[in-house]
Design a protein around this ligand. Sequence first.
Ligand SMILES: [Zn+2]
Length: 499
Amino acid sequence: MSIKKKVAILKKLTKNELVEICKNYGIKGYSGLSQAKLAEHIAKNCNLSLEELENLANSFIEQRLVAKVNDARDHFLLKKVQIEHFSDDMVIADVAGYRVKISNLGKEDFSYSCDEKCADYVYQVRKGRYPFCKHYPAVLAELVYQGLVDSSKLNNITGRVLEALLNLVEERKKEEGLLKPVGRDIENSLRQVVEDYVEISRQNSKVAREKYHSPPEKVFEILTEQAFQLLEFDTIVRTKESGWDLLVIGTHATPPYIAVIECKTATSGVYDYITRNPDYLIKLKTYCIDLVKEKLLGVYKDYVRYMVVVGPDFPVDIERFTMQFRHMTGGIKLSFLPAQTLVYLVKKYRENPILTHDLLAMLFESEKIIRKEDVDRLFEEADRRIESLIEIARQRLRERFREFAARTADACFVKMDEILLQTLIYDVLNALQPDLVKMGKKSTTGVTTIHLKHDYFKIWEKVLNGLVEEFVRLLEEESNVQQKRTELKEDLIKFLELR
Ligand SMILES: [Zn+2]
């Protein structure tokens, strides 16, 4: 009796989900079975009660819906949702060119329809397999964001699905400065990258589903973006299905650069598709030339300099394709970044954030599989550069200070005025270009602008400490050598008619 009921419940799940149940509950003999046969096989062979099975199935379905909400993320955050009409019984919206109509939202006789172009809607929703496509939560998020509807009255959106939707709304409000940011959530994203990134790169769907409610490929992209953000890069994710996954922008470099990132997972732990199918290089070429470089104008075109494939690991002979790629693309350098190396780099950087975007470009320049040793060398180079930066800044301070002191100092004071002080500070800051400072002139007013790179606070700390030490030493030297009488002493001698 209950077997039939169990089958009915299990039939709501996809084949992959059923296979996952077999794996998790040690049910053998499932390979090669169709979805329907799998449902029967599990119903007969599992020890779960009807209620337990129902809960399990519901949690799978809930996770699928959470994933749908997450798919709506980019549309909503990139402001691709236009509410064209809003009234009590009808909402009409445009989501990135897809037309969504919702009638009687929050009521019993609710219904919605998506564009005929939406394959998800046509093949999944209309056939009753899914309650909604990703365009539906995108519209709802926009409505909640604009304060037009009550979030507790959204059809088909409850529990964790609602939680995911509200998270999106909150994220947008934070981005727009409407919510006070609680500081960038560095600790949390660092923990996720360190704990799960390598597993996800090997397509661990259990971790992906349970912790991130999305398929491993998608989670890998999200975590890759987080990892680059932890290195203080600006990032842009692609919203369309095909093409590159991520742009990493080295804003602080002089000149800035763009690295086009492609994320690849592999169950085997080694992504070797390119070595077996070199034609794939043409696709990668399209990603960075047609889909990025050709779309940019003027000087921005030249910023596109690197292509990086991120994956679990790569076979050594993949490196032989980098030269070919450079020739094909007119100079774009291709490198391979294993997940483990990226985790190592991010961890090391967060402990000691001294790598600049200029330095990090050396990794993308390398045209090889980037290893931990390369990361270590980068940190050694960073130390060397900071030392020389400190030396230059100290020297500049010393020269300037000496100059003023020679003119103005007496036994008690080195005499400064506002203008001298300004020159001194300007000169020292000038010496910190372009590593820590960007100077320019406002074209409208001609006023000098000074931009401090706050992401490099650790390097600032080292340089400023060096300057403080130098300044104290200069004062001390001056105190030891200066014998010239003070003005006060000169005046007293004059009044007392001592000469
Ligand atoms: Zn749709």
